[in-house]
Design a protein around this ligand. Structure first.
Ligand code: SAM
Length: 231
């Protein structure tokens, strides 16, 4: 089998993976990211974790097809439970899942000691990015890089974080928009938040004569914040 090609989104993710250190890709689906990184000698070995039987079997088949069984260990299990407490990995990638699920996986990793302090996290939540940043802050993870990538007409955030010895504090605006994205504000940042603004304005129209006062207040707050950061 030849070299595999990654989607634009996973290519961006691959660029933040620590070189020359083992990788754990959680929710690996087709094990594309670990196969690509091992094939391109960016990582010496990898673990691909899957909780669903179909994607687990596909990952196993893909790794076998590329003759990488000696370098990529495909494991069945929930989140970071596939790692042993003694196992050291340089990077953990958790991509293409809801932000709250990623948060739950990380929380359990801290509790069962499979998430080590010197492991870099590369997270690509499909939603609830603010809650995920709040969790990182609470657990003293510093966001060291952030990126945005468009795929199938949706713009995704990529958050790269490392454990810090100092206390981490982000403002409410930084938690919502990303502390580093706010500093750089690339063109795609405006595109993402313009679309969010339109969605929120539509929600306000739908809710304005209803009793959903709290939802209205929160949506209006987000509209005000978007207008502030995009001006
Ligand atoms: N990471 C790949 C990507 O970004 O393209 C695949 C994303 S796919 C949409 C999400 C995958 O995560 C699915 O294959 C699903 O079975 C897996 N998954 C969901 N919850 C999980 C968990 N708790 N532990 C491990 N894998 C999980």
């Amino acid at each position: 089998m030849g070299k595999i090609r990654l989607s634009k989104r996973l290519t961006k993710v691959s660029q933040y993976v620590k070189k020359s250190a083992p990788l754990a890709d959680i929710g690996s689906d087709h094990a594309q990211l670990p196969i690509y990184l091992v094939q391109n000698k960016q990582v010496p070995k990898a673990v691909a974790g899957e909780v669903a039987d179909g994607p687990f079997q596909i990952s196993k088949n893909e790794v076998e097809k590329h003759s990488l069984e000696d370098k990529i260990s495909v494991r069945f299990g929930d989140g970071l439970a596939i790692l042993t407490p003694k196992e050291e990995v340089g990077t953990i990638t958790i991509c293409g899942m809801g932000g709250l699920l990623i948060k739950r996986i990380l929380k359990e990793g801290i509790e069962n000691k499979t998430l080590k302090k010197n492991t870099r996290l590369i997270l690509q939540p499909n939603n609830e990015e603010k809650e995920l940043r709040e969790f990182l802050q609470l657990n003293n993870y510093e966001i060291i890089a952030e990126d945005l990538v468009e795929e199938n007409e949706k713009i995704y955030e990529i958050i790269v974080a490392e454990s810090s010895s100092k206390e981490i504090h982000y403002t409410d605006i930084e938690l919502t928009f990303g502390p580093l994205l706010l500093k750089k504000k690339p063109a795609i940042f405006y595109k993402k938040w313009e679309a969010e603004l339109k969605t929120n304005q539509y929600i306000i129209e739908q809710l304005k004569n209803t009793t959903h006062k709290e939802k209205l207040r929160n949506t209006q707050k987000q509209i005000d914040q978007i207008k502030k950061v995009s001006s």
